[in-house]
Design a protein around this ligand. Sequence first.
Ligand code: HAS
Ligand code: CU
Length: 589
Amino acid sequence: MSAYIDQFPAEAKVIRSAFYTSFIALALGAAFGLIQTLHRTDIVRVIPSEMYYTVLTAHGVLLVVTFTIFFLVAIFTWAVTTSLDRGVEDIRFTWSWYVLMSLGTLFAAVAILAGFTDRTEMSADVLFTFYAPLQAHPIFYIGLVLFVIGTWLAGADWFRSWWAWKQENPDERIPLPTFMVLTTMIMWYLATLGVATSIIVFLIPWSLGLIDTVNPTLTRTLFWFWGHPVVYFWLMPAYMMWYVMLPKFSGGRLFSDPLARVVFVLFLLLSTPVGIHHQYLDPGIAEGFKFIAMTNTMFLLLPSLLTAFTVVASMEHGARQRGGEGYFGWLGALPWRDPVFAGMALAGLMFAAGGFSGMINAGMNINYLVHNSLWVPGHFHLTVGTAVALTFMAVSYHFIPQVTGRRLASKQIALFQVVLWFIGMTFMSNAMHRGGLLGMPRRTAEPEYDFPFETAIGTVGELNAQIALGGVLLTLSTVLFVANMLITALNDPADDLPSNTIPEPLSGSEDAPLVLDNLKLWTAIAVVLVIFAYSLPLGSIVERGGLFGPGGDAFPMFIEFVEGTVFGLTGDSVSSLVNSPLEWLRAMR
Ligand code: HAS
Ligand code: CU
């Protein structure tokens, strides 16, 4: 077998473009991260505090939307084509979703970055959690819509490949990497319904001035309907790498294909009906619904705990193949000098801590202590900021040579880079968690509020120093990563690259019950669970706060507008149609 680019030259081009877009977002996002960490720790302030939210929004959106999701589409395309051993059905279609996603990113980025100029014209300082009452310029929301439609088309592309493959291989099991892509995408289709409704029905008409008000609790709830599952949309490609690539780089084979399938099915079922765990402190949602979200979240720990078991077992298998012995002695036999392996293993190690702080967040009563404090950014810099980001950087050292046909510029710098990320993040996230427990708020330019925090809690200076030091090390690490990638892309072509193979699992798909591949069944159950978890809370939020806000005044206005402009109608024909489910809900109570 040869390198990926020799097998699929046309696909390699799209994948390469998606990787590069993702790296540009990483570089910009990291620069904003540095400005922000030095600002809020009051070490260097290069922007006025009023611009802090522009920086924070750019940092958040570029990293958790652009960097992660462009990376995802690159490796999902790799996974489907490699595991089905066939190219995409129509490369023009593949380019079309890449272009749509890029266009969406451009729109959103323009709206955000306009915040640095004359803020009266255009701005989008709404953070990556873009729910009301914060409002952005319509271009920001339109950009998001284009981006999400792009991801939907990407999913359609992968489903299409699978269907075509299935016609030719009717009796075969779905290859594991493709299975992971398909289950993740079904989860994504379901989850994005929430954010798409929020943006298209409420935020765009509101930002265009077509409606005066929205119901903030409703847009928040629809946001979190998507805002939790999106974290698994970032995590699933990293998990795919831990299941598919980490065993290979450990020198062994995946411990269990069936267990991996179970994990992805559980994520499909449970990722969405938990979003309310971000709203434990929201008024306007009954405690009972929050309790249901908490219970579902605790069940959702299971697939990650299974992953910890399977992945470490595969690593141990690899280490023993390499001559490792003893209860823990095998750890030393792992290829720690290989940046791809070391980066992924360190990312996994940090995720154990990140998962632990997630469990704490998920407890309804403990959440009251940490919510809106710096603890939460501590949590997500371990999860998306390390488990995901460090895994992505580590596997790039393998994939960029695969899709460019060029040798990695420097393996030593790569190894140094992943270790530096681990050290930087240890400083930053540990201090963030501790600061949060001491009451340091998140999303704040000047958390000291102009009075000396020190006298109240003693150690803030030390914590701030650690946060800033960590932030600087992380920036340095990002610079090394991007530089290494850039020089690799410009390197001379090499013809002795490792081949693009995925080793067979120890326990393969033949051991997996057939029902695991029944995607229709899992989709149906996932939909039912979402209906159970969300229909009553959403119904009661609309009933109390109005579909379009306080007193529902805006709603008749909007309906009149639709009737008049779109349908050319007068009277209340459409409004009675739309109101009837609400009447029905009222009668139910
Ligand atoms: Fe979270 C807030 C609960 C996972 C991201 N989370 C956030 C926010 C983000 C985020 C961005 O319940 C902030 C949103 C905002 O701006 O307000 N989270 C959880 C729970 C989990 C969890 C229960 N989160 C993630 C992941 C994320 C992410 C993954 C991104 C990728 N999170 C919450 C809650 C909040 C929250 C509340 C709201 C807080 C608030 O009040 O605002 C679980 O999925 C975690 C399960 C994980 C584990 C760990 C298993 C360990 C493994 C490691 C294996 C080891 C290896 C290496 C491979 C149980 C798999 C071995 C190496 C050797 C050398 C041997
Ligand atoms: Cu969550």
